[in-house]
Design a protein around this ligand. Structure first.
Ligand SMILES: [Zn+2]
Length: 471
């Protein structure tokens, strides 16, 4: 039989396929044709069947599916270091009325321009790609979604966007009452589903889904409409939920029962629902989540950062054991970056006496994220027919040694340090750790300029009060 032509052949690799059996091929090979994976398997089986235009020798290093970031606010990416991390010195802004006390994330969001949203999203997407992420889901918090879409397309990663800040009730969360997105049912219903227009082109890198902001900022009418719109468009429906004990208390009082039980009763849960945070779940809510078949987007970063564990025990591994799909979401990279959540999730679990294997966190970061986005047929594993979203690691660094357990070492030890080449949609977007598409220094300068502008507008000065000399 004549060998099949393909565009890229990755050989001499330790392929973590993430197929149903979690097969590892070592040495393995992956053949890519156009956007798709054509063939993957043991090198001795794949090589004779393939004639490749381009061959990438992985040098024996690990190759795995691109990670999926299931919840990221690209517009807030530049807040790190600007908005205080010190709970005793909460950040206070001065915009919008001379420091009259608008929450600082609201001030930041009110200050951003389309140019800022683009600069912030571009840095976030570049950071994702360089850390082995090939896909992200933005939860409806970009005022100008085209700015984020352009940024992601320029970097070359996949993503899904939603209509901005859908909310119709002031309760629950500050972010649902921004200058540019008044929380009314009329506005929310008018915008809802607009971003799903992106799904008309099945080959588009950027798709759309349905999001409401959540955390108590949506009426039952809005939640029902959002779930219906997601069903009609065959996409996922996402919202923030049960992040901090105070929010849960407010929900309990407002609803007269536990929130997830209420959501099950009004019919807004289901296999296409993916709720983020879900730190506080009581027994009746656990049952509602499990029975609905919904996904939960786990955010161990903010869980640790805000000390949620002081009063609450996370129940993610219990959900997982009962069959609920989990993805990971970074929310806003405060001090963590992309690629650190599997490690943080592992440690957060150990800290409360639980255990998840390195393979378990890798499943959540790939297959779980794909499923949480409703894209499980498209991405999440290295199997023929799926899109070629693939990360090639490097072996020549101490953290990638001794090579005894490639999953343990890659996910928990080397983490992002060993990312060498990233392929998304069949295109090499990162090579030797650097973007093949963009002049990275231009992205960094745009991000710095945007952060300077936003800090000036909001009156933020950062926490560092050491004298900076030579200025
Ligand atoms: Zn969030």
């Amino acid at each position: 039989m004549a060998p099949k032509a393909c565009d890229i052949l990755i050989k001499n690799a330790c392929v973590l396929s993430m197929d149903a059996k979690r097969t590892i091929w070592r040495p393995g090979a992956v053949a890519i044709s156009g956007r798709d994976i054509l063939m993957a398997g043991p090198e001795r089986e794949v090589m004779p069947k393939i004639s490749a235009k381009r061959v990438i020798d992985a040098g024996g290093a690990v190759v795995h599916p691109g990670f999926v970031e299931a919840h990221y606010h690209t517009t807030m990416h530049l807040t790190r270091g600007a908005i205080s991390d010190d709970p005793k010195r909460p950040a206070v802004g001065t915009s919008g009325g001379g420091g009259k006390g608008k929450p600082i994330y609201v001030e930041w969001a009110n200050a951003v321009t389309d140019e800022d949203e683009h600069a912030s999203a571009q840095l976030a997407c570049l950071e994702m790609a360089k850390n082995g992420y090939t896909c992200f889901m933005e939860p409806g918090t970009v005022f100008e979604p085209d700015a984020a879409a352009k940024a992601a397309e320029a970097v070359g990663i996949r993503g899904s966007l939603a209509d901005a800040y859908l909310s119709d009730a002031l309760g629950g969360t500050q972010m649902a009452a921004l200058d540019r997105s008044p929380p009314t049912l009329e506005r929310a219903l008018k915008l809802m589903g607009g971003e799903c227009r992106r799904n008309k082109d099945p080959d588009a890198l950027i798709g759309g889904h349905i999001a409401v902001y959540g955390s108590g900022s949506a009426s039952d009418a809005l939640l029902r409409a959002a779930k219906q719109c997601a069903d009609d468009n065959h996409v996922v429906f996402t919202q923030h939920q049960s992040f901090l004990p105070q929010a849960v208390e407010t929900d309990d009082k407002r609803l007269g029962k536990h929130a997830l039980v209420h959501f099950a009763e009004i019919g807004v849960l289901g296999p296409n629902a993916s709720f983020v945070h879900m730190n506080i779940l009581r027994d009746d809510e656990m049952d509602a989540v499990v029975q609905s078949g919904m996904s939960v987007i786990w955010h161990p970063g903010n869980y640790l950062f805000y000390g949620v564990g002081k009063t609450v025990r996370q129940r993610m591994l219990e959900l997982r054991a009962r069959g609920t799909n989990l993805g990971f979401g970074s929310d806003v990279c405060k001090l963590w970056s992309f690629g650190e959540l599997p490690y943080l999730a592992y440690l957060a679990s150990r800290a409360q006496g639980d255990y998840i294997s390195p393979g378990g966190v890798l499943e959540i970061a790939t297959l779980g994220g794909a499923r949480a986005m409703g894209w499980q047929d498209r991405i999440g594993s290295i199997e023929p027919g799926k899109r070629a979203d693939i990360v090639i690691r490097r072996n020549d660094l101490p953290e990638a040694c001794p090579g005894t357990d490639p999953v343990f070492e890659t996910v928990l030890v080397a983490r992002s340090k060993s990312v060498d080449t990233v392929i998304c949609d069949g295109q090499v977007i990162v090579k030797g750790g650097h973007s093949t598409r963009l002049d990275e220094s231009v992205v960094y300068e745009a991000a710095r300029a945007s952060a300077r502008r936003l800090m000036a507008k909001t009156g933020l000065k950062g926490d560092l009060d050491w004298p900076v000399m030579g200025v």
